[in-house]
Ligand binder design. Structure first.
Ligand code: FDA
Length: 398
């Protein structure tokens, strides 16, 4: 079995396979090593099994990083259209679902098969399942101590992703290697994750579990502000749905969320205007706007009677009710953590890497790509676009 390669890619996920294919097709000898038995488990489960593989509108504005400029170079050189061309070449059916998100018509397995075929075109070798005990560097060569024996490589690409979903093989491998070689790290945090509340505080909301509605949600200050208009979902432990997953990446522990449950309606204004109609009662008006259980919960929380006539309720109380709907302020106690997070915020500090090649500025031949790096996309296909773009940058540079 071949022992020495131009490139060893650790991690056969989205970024690892893309990088291996690009480098292999440029004539480099490439080996991909992964501790899992199956390729790209996260692609497989992504997008509910249909892989939201990119977003046609992806740009630097859709990513979080301590250095928001770092991602620009790679994203501009490998665009969503480049990945779409590849998908078209493999005749994989796809459709746009929501806000530029592209999904496979059939199955995310098609994306995995496509990347594998691209690797085959580059004569990529595989070591899977294969664990890596350590990586050392002597002279120009990296020595990889693996369960398949020692592997030597002139370049090593770390594509082992972040910490989300340890159940399907996520590890802190990239961070350990970064520290070993003296690279700085940005503290990690679960991102795109449901938010939770203190169980006693959440008790009154338990009957709302399962309710979904479109909302506007805001958090943060001028320096790091998130604002999204998406669906919210009440759960038994707190809040989820796209609105909350998006805002969770901006949320800092201890900070409040400001929710507008009816972004299209100025509730206080409409209620006060409605007082002229004798027949109107609170319950009926709210029933046109919000799911019944939620409407009842809000009215009861403000100690008003759903059967009460608008005309009999002082403006002051109607304004309070308007605030409760249009400016609901809540403070999550935490999140569901890496167990449920779709991504990991933070990671390898971008100051340590070249934005052109993703190679370490300190250690020649050592590259980091994909989610391991401190570049994290919003929900909606952006994280895969970063995986493709950063991996392509490294694959072309090696
Ligand atoms: P990725 O995690 O894909 O690959 C890492 C690889 O390294 C894995 O194969 C793993 O086994 C291997 N590995 C880890 N530790 C190792 C070790 N110690 N030794 C050897 N191998 C090791 N994004 C998006 O854009 N659209 C979407 O639809 C979704 N959907 C989605 C759903 C769910 C449930 C999750 C959890 C995540 C998403 N994402 C997503 C995010 C997306 O999956 C993620 O950002 C990319 O897969 C990151 O690609 P990487 O290649 O960097 O890591």
């Amino acid at each position: 079995m071949q022992k020495q390669f131009d490139v060893a890619v650790i991690g056969a996920g989205a970024a690892g396979m893309m990088c291996a294919a690009v480098a292999g097709q440029r004539g480099k000898t490439v080996v991909v090593i992964d501790h899992a038995a199956k390729l790209a488990e996260k692609i497989r489960i992504s997008g509910g099994g249909r892989c939201n593989f990119t977003n046609v509108n992806a740009g630097p504005q859709n990513f979080l990083s301590q250095n928001p400029h770092f991602c620009k170079s790679a994203l501009s050189r490998y665009t969503p259209q480049d990945f779409v061309s590849l998908v078209k070449r493999y005749r994989i059916g796809y459709h746009e679902k929501h806000k530029g998100q592209l999904f496979c018509d059939d199955s995310s397995e098609q994306i995995i098969a496509m990347l594998k075929a691209e690797c085959d075109l580059g004569n990529v070798s595989w070591r899977m399942p294969c664990s890596v005990a350590g990586i050392g560097k002597s002279g120009e060569l990296f020595r990889i101590d693996s369960s398949a024996g020692e592997i030597l490589a002139s370049n090593v690409v770390i594509a082992t992703g972040g910490l989300s979903i340890p159940k399907i093989g996520a590890t802190d491998f990239a961070y350990r290697i970064a520290r070993q070689f003296g690279l700085r790290m940005v503290e990690t945090q679960p991102g795109l994750v449901p938010l939770t509340f203190d169980s006693a505080a959440w008790q009154p909301f338990l009957p709302l579990a399962g309710i979904a509605l479109p909302v506007e949600v805001v958090t943060g200050d001028k320096k790091s502000r998130g604002e999204f208009r998406e669906d919210l979902l009440f759960t038994h432990r707190g809040l989820s749905g796209p609105a909350i997953l998006q805002i969770s990446s901006f949320w800092k522990s201890g900070a409040p969320l400001l929710l507008n449950l009816l972004p299209e309606v100025d509730v206080a204004e409409v209620l006060i205007e409605g007082k002229t109609s004798i027949k109107k009662n609170l319950g009926n008006v709210f029933a046109q706007w919000l799911p019944t259980r939620l409407a009842q919960g809000i009215i009861e929380a403000t100690k008003l009677d759903p059967a009460g006539r608008l005309a009999d309720i002082p403006d002051r109380l109607l304004r309070d009710l308007g605030q409760a709907v249009n400016r609901w302020t809540i403070q999550p106690s935490g999140s569901e953590g890496y167990r449920k997070a779709e991504v990991t915020l933070g990671g390898i500090d971008t100051r340590e890497l070249s934005q052109q090649s993703m190679m370490s500025n300190q250690v020649a031949g050592l590259y980091f790509v994909g989610e391991a790096v401190d570049v994290t996309g919003w929900l909606g296909g952006y994280n895969f676009q970063w995986a493709w773009a950063s991996a392509s940058a490294a694959g072309l540079a090696i």
